[in-house]
Design a protein around this ligand. Sequence first.
Ligand code: SF4
Length: 351
Amino acid sequence: MTGASLPDYTLNPEDIPVVEACPLPSVDRDRLKENIARGLKELGATLVAHYYVDGDVQDVAEATGGCVSDSLEMARFGRDSDSDMLIVSGVKFMGETAKILSPEKNVYMPTLEAECSLDLGCPPDEFEAFMNEHPDRTVVVYANTSARVKALSDWIVTSSCALDIVNHLKARGEKILWAPDKHLGRYIESETGADMLLWSGACVVHEEFKTQALLDMKKVYPHAGVLVHPESPAAVIDIADAVGSTSAIIRAASELDHDIFIVATDRGIFHKLKQLNPDKRFIEAPTAGDGATCRSCAHCPWMAMNELETLDKLLTDEAYRASNEIHVDPALGRRAKEPLDRMLDFQKNRG
Ligand code: SF4
């Protein structure tokens, strides 16, 4: 159920940045990739990238001993890395998470403007007031939140571990206050049967996937499997052959027998899907249609800010790097680290 007193925290279209795609010739991309690999080595830095960023950035991360993964694994990898300097290619909450888990490390991002509509849609003061109205509930927040909201929470979850953690809390008889993604919250609520009070934020990318257009696409590709991220609306999730985090979607594409998949998540993931399944075909789930508002279709405008050129500039321009370092107040970071550690320990103990 959604909190009765809550406004809708879904972002308005005019608040979503427009990021123009300016594809570089491959010779320039190759040169930038070489520069970036050299720059990482010279600085002793490790690149940690999300599945949704530019495919070439993903390739450099893997080729230089960094990682490409979902946000849970990014957090773990950054924490366990020997490197004192982490470059996080993703969105701001991922950089903040890396800093909270490793306060002694220098954490940078290609640009601090890379936000997330879920993080923006959960203002800490308003969220704290909502929490105070429901002191009997265990506060579970999605990783896509600011350090301040994390510091207010009892548990932090990602889409990889949310079901397991909510099932665990339900078994202990706890009632849950969930934030910020209403779609993911509803999905978890329906899968677990837990008593959940939901905040009303949404991801601007997944919110746009359209049920009727997807059903029409299924008529054109009747044998296609449908892979859906649970940040999508419930009616889209209902059509899925597999629902899960980015890692779960990648696993399902390899394990299911289908030769064609319709994929309802950010199209950045297609780079890894095609790498791992060169004989299979992947099609973007439709986002257009009545009421469509997302200006970037199936690509997050903030993830799109992680360009090769920006990453190269971060490594070569000291002043630019200094202005894109992640800072988290140490006391706040210590409070936010507790629920993050709880999540990582929970996952570790489950094997
Ligand atoms: S895809 Fe959605 S949830 Fe992910 S960073 Fe972009 S706005 Fe946030």
